[in-house]
Design a protein around this ligand. Structure first.
Ligand SMILES: [Zn+2]
Ligand SMILES: [Zn+2]
Length: 81
C-alpha cells in the first residue's frame, strides 16, 4: 500500500466521521413556554399543556377555542364527550 492510498483512506475515514456527525441533526426540541402561557394564555408544545385564565388545560383545541372566544368552554371534540 502506497502513501497515496493511506492518505486517501484517511481522508475517507475523516469524511465519514465528519460528514456523518454533522448530518445527524438533533430533533428540534420545543422550548417550554408554560410561564408565558400561564401569564398570557396559551399552549406549551413542550409540555403538552395550555393555560387559559390560569386554568390548566390538556387539550390544545380547547385552549385555542378559549383564546378565540374568550373562554367559551371546550372544543367540539371535548364538548361531545
Ligand atoms: Zn411547558
Ligand atoms: Zn378539547
Amino acid at each position: 500500500m502506497g502513501i497515496k492510498q493511506i492518505v486517501l483512506l484517511g481522508a475517507l475515514a475523516f469524511c465519514f466521521g465528519g460528514c456523518g456527525s454533522s448530518e445527524k441533526a438533533e430533533p428540534a426540541k420545543t422550548e417550554c413556554v408554560c410561564e408565558t402561557a400561564k401569564a398570557e394564555n396559551g399552549w406549551c408544545e413542550s409540555c403538552g399543556v395550555g393555560y387559559v385564565g390560569g386554568e390548566k388545560m390538556e387539550c390544545k383545541a380547547c385552549v385555542d377555542k378559549n383564546m378565540e372566544t374568550a373562554g367559551a368552554g371546550k372544543c367540539e371534540a371535548c364538548a361531545a364527550k
